[in-house]
Design a protein around this ligand. Structure first.
Ligand code: GLC
Ligand code: MG
Length: 690
């Protein structure tokens, strides 16, 4: 290789020109020629090293230029002025990345869980016989439901529970199941079901099915095999010896009245039925029965259903000793002991082992919940009245999950004594007893109970919906409540409900009339023929979905507004719930979230007179309060001084206000939350603040 020295540059063979070369101290490449090669090996080595470092020095004096050979570039870039910043930048990047990862982990760990679908939207109950009849036979069906899914989009409701549509002889309108894996032809076909489910999912709606573990129909295959003593099915039901005309095995009574034992001629024994005699109780002490039920759960989860409402679970086990239950009135003659109210149901409900079975069901559902975004929900039906602690057990424990919640039926008792104090008492029955960290829920109607609009009176319908949608937790709405539908009158000859055939006053027909869609023929429920399985309510010409959609002061419009508000406002959907004031008329509470300035005051008048409420002692409230929404539309936007909040009978107010002072830190005894959350307004994130 040859090179030529010149004042500004050096030529490196034919390779590259380096315009920046300078042999500043005469230690340039030319000097290398003078090195003797006749020294000893050792010296040669040291010379070799020296040559290398010389070369490094030489090249690093060259100004960088485009297309520099890699070797030179490497030597050049190892100069301190490049190396040091490079290393600083490198370590800075490493540190920032680590810090980012740490912050991300911390944010995830500190964030409260996102609300799941069953928490975010109300659960709307469809009684399929009465929702929409697509084929004109007078009974609602699955295709009818599919036709009307827009109703839920309009209302902003995402969770739909459909009462049973299994194949059934319809003695209890589907709660007597003949085949758990089939659809009753009255409601449609399996294809109709699959189409309905697929359409619902495509619209972001979830389908909750009724699951009826306690009993089957007496026409179920298992029952036929059991009464003929097929070895596998012999113990599928609860059998005991008795004589055809002799005394019953014990004093146990059916929920629908009279003995819960019926003699079966085929088997020559009595079987237990805690409901109708056509609904024999399954024997959950037989592990095969549990496994059958688990298979059925799998069957529907595999089809993609999003959850189950577990029917009448407290009746699943009975005491094996079958002793008489203690009478409520020990002096009552035994032959007059015919209703569930006559006995303490100590041996037929809530037996030890029940929760283990439900937790096993839950565990099966949890396997399916592992699929991302497909949480499977479980709600429990159990009426335990004054024994609230029994209801709360269905929430499970910290270690073992059970129901996401048991239905909270306490508000159904509101009409017993419609007043502010009673409303608070009922709300507090739940809030004061719910295990910490659990999610509340509220029911104001279902297919078993008188419509609250009829028992409490139309005057309170809007206020009740306001309560339902502003309390913490999941609201349940029975079809028709969104428009304030009332019970119908059913004459003795019109009675359909078997419970009503036993006892007219127990008939559940009045709350099951067809949904009033419009003012047309059959209220739009059946627009093909003149059939409806129950009469329509005569008020359908004015009380119907279509008419109320056009009126922004309607029950429907207010339901929609409150439901949308609740889902868009963090304090309402997951914030603190604090009692502020209660008296004979008014029940008032605050919904707020730590860190968020916007909060809501709700004032509802459940009383018998219009009142002025003085909240001037609540120093966390601003002096002036502006009504965001009143159940009486003319009061929307009204401003009250906090010392004079006026409400009429049945009027509810949602007041939105701004504050820097939260109510909950000063009143911990008055406030409830399922998970304490704070809000960082600057970046808009929620985090666990304690
Ligand atoms: C539940 C249902 C009710 C039914 C009973 C028997 O309580 O809500 O309608 O009659 O169980 O299955
Ligand atoms: Mg049972």
């Amino acid at each position: 290789m040859s090179y030529r020295k010149d004042s500004d540059s050096v030529e490196l063979g034919e390779c590259t020109r380096n315009p920046g070369y300078k042999d500043a101290d005469g230690d340039g490449p030319a000097a290398r020629d003078n090195i003797s090669v006749s020294d000893s090996e050792e010296k040669r080595d040291s010379i070799g090293v020296k040559r290398l470092s010389d070369a490094r020095d030489e090249y690093t004096q060259i100004k960088p230029y485009a297309g520099m050979p890699k070797e030179v570039l490497v030597l050049y870039s190892s100069k301190a002025r490049y190396r040091v910043p490079r290393e600083i930048l490198f370590w800075l990047t490493v540190c920032c990345t680590l810090a980012l990862v740490a912050v991300t982990i911390a944010v995830i760990a500190l964030s409260p869980k996102c609300l799941s679908w069953w928490q975010a939207s109300p659960v709307y109950q469809i009684y399929p016989r009465s929702f929409k009849d697509s084929d004109g036979d007078g009974v609602g069906d699955l295709k009818g439901i599919k036709e009307k899914l827009d109703h839920f989009e309009y209302l902003n409701i995402k969770s739909i529970w459909i009462s049973p549509f299994y194949r059934s002889p319809m003695k209890d309108f589907g709660y007597d199941v003949e085949d758990f894996r089939d659809i009753d032809p009255l409601f449609g076909t399996m294809k109709d079901f699959e189409e309905l489910l697929a359409t619902m999912h495509s619209k972001g709606l979830r389908l909750i099915m009724d699951f009826i573990p306690n009993h089957t129909s007496d026409r179920h295959r298992w029952f036929n095999l059991s009464r003929t003593r097929d070895p596998h099915y012999e113990d599928y039901y609860v059998w005991t010896d008795c004589k055809p005309d002799g005394p019953k095995p014990n004093n146990w009574v059916s929920i629908f009245g009279n003995s819960s034992w019926t003699y079966d001629e085929v088997r020559g024994q009595c079987y237990l039925h805690q409901f109708l005699k056509e609904q024999p109780d399954l024997n959950f002490r037989n592990p095969d029965v549990i496994n059958e039920m688990i298979d059925i759960i799998h069957f529907w989860l595999d089809k993609g259903v999003d959850g189950f409402r577990m029917d009448a679970v407290k009746h699943m086990l009975e005491a094996p000793h079958m002793r008489d239950e203690p009478q409520v009135d020990p002096n009552k003659p035994p032959e007059l002991v015919t209703t569930e109210w006559d006995l303490h149901s100590d041996y037929t409900t809530s037996q030890v082992g029940l929760h283990d079975i439900l937790r096993e069901f839950r565990a099966q559902m949890d396997i399916y919940s592992q699929e991302p975004g497909r949480y499977r929900f479980m709600v429990i039906e159990s009426y335990d009245y004054e024994e609230v602690y029994k209801t709360m057990m269905y929430y499970g424990t910290k270690l073992e999950k059970e129901g996401d919640f048991p239905f909270n039926f306490y508000l159904l008792d509101l009409p017993q004594n419609t007043s502010g104090a009673w409303a608070k008492h009922l709300v507090h029955l739940w809030m004061g007893n719910m295990p910490k960290g659990k999610w509340p829920n509220w029911v104001v109607g279902n297919h078993d109970r008188t419509r609250i609009s009829s028992s409490a009176g139309q005057l309170y319908v809007r206020a009740i919906n306001m309560l339902l949608l502003t309390l913490p937790g999941t609201a349940t709405t029975y079809y028709g409540e969104e428009i304030g539908m009332e019970n119908i009158n059913v004459t003795a000859s019109q009675i359909q409900d078997p419970a009503g055939k036993y006892n007219t006053s127990a008939s559940r027909d009045p709350q099951r009339s067809p949904l009033q869609w419009n003012a047309n023929m059959n209220a739009g429920f059946n627009d093909k023929t003149n059939l409806t399985w129950l009469p329509l309510h005569p008020d359908y010409e004015t009380v119907n979905v279509e008419a109320q959609m056009k009126d922004d002061g309607s029950v429907l419009a207010q339901y929609r507004f409150l439901n949308t508000l609740r889902q868009s406002e963090l304090p309402l959907n997951r914030g603190w719930f604090c009692y502020v004031h209660t008296d004979a008329n008014v029940f008032s509470y605050i919904r707020e979230l730590d860190g968020l300035k916007r909060a809501f005051l709700i004032v509802v008048n459940f009383g018998k007179e219009s009142v002025v409420t003085d909240l001037s002692s609540v120093r966390e409230l601003p002096d002036e309060l502006k009504v965001l929404m009143s159940t009486n539309k003319v009061n929307d936007g009204k401003v009250f001084p906090k010392s004079r909040i006026q409400t009429e009978v049945g009027e509810g107010l949602v007041i939105q206000y701004s504050t820097n002072t939260r109510f909950n830190p000063n009143h911990p005894e008055e406030c409830y939350i399922s998970e304490k959350a704070c809000y960082l307004e600057t970046i808009g994130i929620l985090y666990k603040c304690q």
